[in-house]
Design a protein around this ligand. Structure first.
Ligand SMILES: [Zn+2]
Length: 343
């Protein structure tokens, strides 16, 4: 079958469309005929050799995918061939203490498609039957693939980890990326005010059209000071950050006393310096979040269906042009997801 894969860890040039072996499935797995897949930062880490473990080559990229169930394993019940599904790329053991507590993204043997195992940028992918979910009727395959990692992560950041309540004020950093846009879409209708940051006036303008209430150009002003100015010194209840790095301290200064910051990424760097005195004096909660549990996935899908949310897609490319899509991811200048259509 055709797939976007790598044969070595030598950067994005190594990713090309090639013929790879069909996936081999077990009795509790399903084969999904992938119709669309979507890129994430994870794919850049994989091609750039930034994973802290070895993978087998050729290795198929991609964590997000949507398609039709083609084959079901002999012990699979309740899913029939032909079902339109999205793939939850988070693989968990189902037996450890954290899995039994319903916290699958803290599984002791947690793995991801496109990171530990062959991913979704192929004509077929094999996953445990518990990793596929029917998706809302108002979405096509490309939109469903674009939900994936970002919407699951965003839902968990806001509601499960961030304990976001109706009327609260939220700051979302780096609007334009898939995760920040998912956070924005899931916040609209819940938040009292939504602050977004970007260095691009165009991205801020588009976010305001989507329901953000305040936009801040982080290249021009200090984010913490500007939020305090716009809120008459009150600050926001919740910050959702996936940048980390040098921006974290400024984001934390945007919080009201007793506020929460949920961190689910480090696109601006994995080391941050924070003022510990502000942390304890203002009794701020710093909360980590990654991916989502099985209930986060199904709750997110119900919310997307009910609010008829359509994920933001920057561009759709065909599989043979997938390397161009990966290059667009690396360039970083986009608004929404880069989706790969797989014929
Ligand atoms: Zn487990």
């Amino acid at each position: 079958m055709q797939a976007l894969a790598i044969e070595s860890k030598t950067g994005i040039e190594a990713a090309r469309v090639m013929d790879v072996a069909e996936p081999v499935c077990g009795p509790e797995d399903v084969v999904v005929r992938v119709r669309a897949a979507a890129f994430n930062h994870l794919d850049l880490w994989t091609v750039n050799g930034e994973l802290p473990f070895e993978i087998d080559y050729p290795f198929v990229l991609g964590a997000d995918g949507a398609g039709e169930v083609e084959v079901t394993g002999e012990r699979v019940r309740g899913i029939k061939p032909g079902a339109r599904v999205i793939v939850d790329p988070a693989l968990s053991c189902g037996r450890c203490e954290r899995c039994r507590a319903g916290e699958q993204s803290n599984c002791v043997s947690f793995e991801m498609l496109g990171e530990h195992r062959n991913g979704t940028m192929a004509q077929r992918v094999c996953v445990p039957a518990t990793n596929v979910y029917p998706f809302p009727d108002h979405l096509g395959f490309e939109q469903a693939a674009a939900l994936g990692v970002t919407s699951i992560t965003a839902y968990r950041m806001l509601f499960t980890r961030g304990r976001f309540r109706p009327g609260e004020w939220v700051l979302i950093t780096g609007i334009g990326g898939g995760l920040a846009l998912s956070l924005l879409q899931l916040s609209v209708g819940v938040a009292g005010r939504i602050f977004v940051t970007s260095s691009s006036p165009e991205k801020i303008e588009r976010a305001l059209q989507m329901g953000a209430t305040d936009g801040i150009d982080y290249k021009k002003v200090d984010v913490g000071k500007e939020v305090r100015r716009l809120t008459s010194k009150r600050g926001v209840d919740l910050v959702c950050d996936s940048a980390g790095g040098d921006t974290l301290d400024g984001s934390m200064r945007a919080l009201r006393p007793g506020g929460r910051i949920v961190i689910a990424g480090a696109t601006a760097g994995s080391k941050s310096t924070i003022d510990v005195r502000r942390l304890f004096w203002n009794q701020i909660e710093v909360i980590g979040s990654t991916m989502g549990s099985a209930s986060d996935v199904s709750d997110m899908l119900r919310m997307v269906a009910g609010a008829r949310i359509e994920p933001v897609i920057d561009r759709i490319v065909d599989l043979q042009d997938a390397p161009d899509g990966l290059a667009a991811m690396a360039a970083g200048d986009r608004f929404g997801k880069v989706v790969v259509r797989i014929a």
